[in-house]
Design a protein around this ligand. Structure first.
Ligand code: AHG
Ligand code: MN
Ligand code: MN
Length: 359
């Protein structure tokens, strides 16, 4: 018996039944995002050819202007969301302000999309995985034009979130709050096919991902957690392995599958961290929580943050539950809110299996 593949399109339609009052709008929105993802994928795959076809900022052989991939990806997602008609506002990393979609088909559109069209863009020139991250909200206002207030919602209000990883193969991973499913693009048929149903993250992992070059600028709790990861301890399989690509999507995708923690903390140079809440941290946090992991600022749950600005940055500790909790413990003890005297810290560390303290 031949067992057919399940495409993303078929899967989305089947899952619509989970939402009894759904009219298919969210399904269509996800379809629009997947279409743009395939177009971006095509372009990412030939990024290395730019050098022979003409450099960025010049004109190619057909007389078209060569665009940087992040600008290109931005345009493709906005175009797909505009023609799809289910989205009234797009908030993107590439634009200072929100974009109102005012096409005739978007008159009654209910959804807001926040997007990082190309994540890890510094890796495009060197053939290393990059991604797209998206987050979907339902607009809060019921009449008139949607506004920034409709965009500034807590991560818990997301109705769906996902990412696309353009890697050694291209995958789309998404959640609508009922688990996480992953689809791999089969280039021979041009379809995303269900390859990773009901993804679950290991509760404990052995990988840690952080830009350690910033070590001197890290808060004390992060420094201590890194030391914890590097200490030898057979029982907990330490030292852990360090893995860092510099593409949030790539680093988190790997850790989701293998187990691990990804940290982009505050630094003395970036006191709010680097990554953006609305289109990087919130969507990744929803996916990771749905897969059984955890996402935190080091102190508080990412999804509970009340956003105040479109491009707001937050520190993030995200990944396997036990690892994030251990890092939070270090943050509580060492970085803030701790009034415990020094000698008590050693006792606490001993309780955490760290003998002799950490320097
Ligand atoms: P983007 O390409 O969308 O600007 O995001 C880059 C982000 C993230 O993907 C990555 O993990 C992080 O920046 C890397 O930052 P460092 O180079 O500071 O490590
Ligand atoms: Mn990014
Ligand atoms: Mn980006």
């Amino acid at each position: 018996m031949v067992c057919g593949v399940k495409t993303l399109g078929q899967f989305i339609i089947e899952k619509q039944a989970d939402f009894p009052y759904a009219k298919g709008e969210l399904s269509r929105l996800l379809r629009d995002i997947a279409i743009a993802a395939k177009i971006v994928n095509r372009e990412v795959n030939k990024a290395g050819l730019v050098d022979i076809l003409g450099d960025i900022g010049t004109t190619n052989i057909q007389g078209e202007e060569q665009k940087k991939l992040d600008v290109y990806a931005n345009e493709q997602f906005i175009a797909a969301l505009t023609s799809g008609g289910e989205c009234c506002i797009v908030a993107t990393e590439e634009e200072d302000d929100i974009i109102h979609i005012e096409s005739p088909v978007s008159q009654n559109a209910k959804y807001i999309v926040c997007i990082d069209p190309l994540d890890g863009s510094s890796n495009t020139d060197v053939n290393v995985a990059v991604g797209t991250i998206f987050s979907i909200y339902r607009r809060k206002s019921t009449a008139g034009k949607a506004s920034i207030e409709d965009v500034l919602q807590k991560g818990t209000a997301q109705v769906a979130a996902g990412y696309i990883i353009y890697g050694s193969s291209t995958m789309l991973v998404y959640t609508t709050g009922k688990g996480v499913n992953g689809f791999t693009l089969d280039p021979s048929i041009g379809e995303f096919c269900l390859s990773h149903p009901e993804m679950k993250m290991p509760e404990t992992g052995y990988l840690y991902s952080i830009n350690e070059g910033n070590y001197v600028h890290f808060p004390e709790g992060v420094k201590k957690y890194l030391k914890y990861c590097q200490v030898e301890d057979d029982a907990t399989r330490r030292p852990y392995t360090s893995r860092y690509i510099g593409s949030m999507v790539g680093d988190i995708h790997r850790n989701l599958i293998k187990g691990g923690i990804y940290i982009y903390p505050t630094t003395s140079r970036s006191p709010n961290g680097k990554l953006r809440l609305l289109y990087e941290c919130n969507p990744m946090a929803l996916i990771i929580e749905q897969a059984g992991g955890k996402a935190s600022t080091g102190f508080d749950r990412i999804l509970d943050i009340d956003p105040t600005e479109l491009h707001q940055r937050v520190p993030i500790f995200i990944g396997s539950k036990n690892m994030v909790e251990k890092a939070e413990e270090m943050m509580r003890i060492y970085t803030k809110k701790s009034t415990a005297p020094e000698e008590k810290l050693e006792t606490k560390l001993a309780g955490m299996g760290i003998v002799g303290g950490l320097d």
